[in-house]
Design a protein around this ligand. Structure first.
Ligand code: G3P
Length: 214
């Protein structure tokens, strides 16, 4: 399973890369705005690409087809690792087909149903981003969407990767891994949670205590 960091914060990206755990990065307009990056969006993406050395999703702001193509083409020029992130709309799917024909990878975002993911895969998306946490938030079941997608993509041999997004806790990651999801995009705080187990801390403390008593 590949680990992407869901962040536009350069310090966080550098830290996760330093562990050797970073396979890629996903950003979205909210994450870029959190870093006050609206005006220097392209510079931020360029810097992220330098650190990440793997796929970096950069999302378009346009909602019309022509605007998506123009923005996407500009973003694709930033670095060979840029993945154009497009929303799951009619225009987004049309633009996905356009970029897929040009062999430019697309991540279709804001996926909340199996039917939406099927459209994105058929249009040639490199990744689909199902938002598990936001489904859980409305008392739906995010993980059952991942299970459905795994089954459907396997049935037809789609090469589109399932990129689990809107992850809120370690259980989302473990469940996604059990279901064979290709990628999990994790907020920094959740990656940090993955390290922890109280028995590890107790174990280290005991080993050191025993060592020093001898
Ligand atoms: O990047 C898309 C997704 O991961 C957003 O997550 O927590 O805003 O629902 P969240």
């Amino acid at each position: 399973m590949k680990f992407f960091l869901d962040s536009a914060n350069l310090n966080e990206i550098e830290e996760i890369a330093s562990f050797g755990l970073l396979d890629g990065v996903t950003t979205n307009p909210s994450l870029v705005a959190k870093e006050n990056g609206q005006k220097n969006f392209k510079t931020i993406i360029k810097k992220i690409c330098k650190i990440a050395k793997g796929p970096v999703s950069a999302e378009v702001i346009s909602t019309d087809y022509k605007g998506m193509i123009k923005e996407g083409e500009e973003l694709a020029k930033i670095d060979k690792n840029v993945v154009i992130k497009l929303p799951m709309t009619k225009n987004g799917i049309k633009a996905t087909s356009y970029f897929a024909k040009k062999k430019i990878p697309v991540n279709v975002t804001l996926i909340f149903s199996c039917s939406q993911a099927l459209l994105a895969a058929k249009a040639g998306a490199a990744y689909v981003s199902p938002f598990v946490g936001r489904l859980d938030d409305i008392s739906s079941n995010g993980m059952s969407l991942i299970s459905d997608l795994s089954e459907v993509f396997l049935n037809y041999g789609f090469i589109t990767e399932i990129l689990v997004a809107s992850i809120r806790n370690p259980i989302h990651i473990v469940e996604s891994a059990k279901l064979g999801a290709d990628v999990a995009t994790l907020p920094y705080s959740v990656i940090m949670q993955l390290f922890n187990h109280p028995l590890t801390d107790i174990g280290i403390e005991k080993f050191l205590k025993d060592w020093n008593n001898k």
